[in-house]
Write a protein that binds this ligand. Structure first.
Ligand SMILES: [Zn+2]
Ligand SMILES: [Zn+2]
Length: 183
């Protein structure tokens, strides 16, 4: 029971050991220096195989950066370009890509405008078609109404003439009847 606090304290000391912290810092420093070296006042990227040599070429065969020693070694006979030329060509590729993206977005914008126009045109055509249907039916109703009035007028005319004939016959009968009673 008496030993327990001691053990805990020791384990805590181990976790925050200054030795481990220093080791960690050293590892980080090593990592930071792995790519870049100071040479003649300017920074350069060193070869991964020959740490003291500067990367000067790009091997297109292996897609890797190489130094002057590498080109007579593992990359002998490979397709090599100067790193500056490679950088220039890569920068140009980036510029070309930016142009392509700009063009694509412009094209997208134009297409979306065109779609908007087509949608508006379709909405206009729909309204026009609905108006045409309304007008067509209004014309049809007007014509039917005209036809109805025409039929009524025609019927009325026939009725009046029949009525007239009937009245004439009735007055003839009446006068005949008068003649007969006077005999
Ligand atoms: Zn090398
Ligand atoms: Zn190579």
């Amino acid at each position: 029971m008496e030993m327990l606090p001691n053990v805990q304290r020791m384990s805590a000391e181990q976790n925050f050991s200054p030795q481990i912290q220093q080791q960690d810092i050293n590892q980080r420093a090593e990592f930071d220096n792995s790519g870049m070296n100071n040479f003649a006042g300017g920074q350069y990227t060193s070869c991964t195989r020959h740490i003291e040599k500067k990367v000067e070429y790009f091997c297109k065969t292996c897609s890797d950066t190489v130094c002057a020693r590498c080109i007579f070694d593992e990359h002998n006979g490979h397709e090599l370009v100067q790193i500056e030329d490679m950088a220039t060509s890569l920068k140009q590729n980036v510029l070309d890509l930016q142009k392509m993206i700009l063009n694509a977005s412009r094209l997208n914008e134009e297409n979306s405008k065109l779609l908007d126009q087509t949608r508006d045109e379709l909405a206009r055509l729909k309204q026009q078609q609905l108006k045409n249907i309304d007008k067509g039916f209004a014309d049809l109703f007007r014509k039917l109404d005209e036809k109805k009035m025409e039929l009524k007028a025609e019927f009325d005319k026939k009725f009046r003439s029949e009525e007239q004939r009937l009245l004439t016959k009735m007055s003839m009968i009446a006068s005949n009847f008068e003649e007969i009673t006077n005999i």
